[in-house]
Design a protein. Sequence first.
Length: 243
Amino acid sequence: MKIIVEKNYEEMSKRAALEMVNIINEKPNCVLGLATGSTPEGLYKELIKLNKEGKVDFSKATTINLDEYVGLSGEHSQSYRYFMNDRLFNHINVDKSRTFVPNGLAENIELECKNYDERIAKLGGIDIQLLGIGNNGHIGFNEPADYLSMDTHLTDLAKSTIEANSRFFDNIDEVPKKAITMGLGGIMRARKILLIASGASKAEIIAKIAEGKITTQVPASILQVHHDVTIIVDEEAGALIRK
Ligand code: PGA
């Protein structure tokens, strides 16, 4: 794992944007695995800026997101489809028909999951997968558990995830309890993985995933096995890394 510590959130975002832009410029028809959450917002702002300045072109790129809440339509302001349109896709020259987020309203969720994995395979795999990290070590919505799933699947959100995400809803009862998430297989098959984290609240989990034992109770710890992972943190999130 390559760990890069930047001074603050802004620098972390800029550095992460640069990593992504390098991939897109090298391979304009690349497949970008994208993530939602507070952490990538600065990175997406930077990508929009670079796109407007003509420094990166998304016209041939395809994007595929990690996850979506079950029960929310793409028009719901807290759905991840809405988030992606609002924070990135509406502001860059990507072809929207080549941006993929699981359908949280799919009637047959099992089929939706199967089709999602088939889509990734048909696209030729993911060139760079962006990840945030939950305080409990989840990536996508692969929550701590005795067993982890390789494939895209329906999952129950952990209590700590529901609590963490309730900040975006009027009250905790409105937070969906289930989600569709890419599995560990989809993530680990990406050719390159870029994980970003910011703030003191992420320091403990970052040290655990970078230096701790590999365990299904900390799903992101499996990233230690991947051959090309870059973790970009700000100083606060990197404060407990020993090496
Ligand atoms: P955050 O979420 O970026 O909002 O902290 C990260 C995650 O839960 O994966």
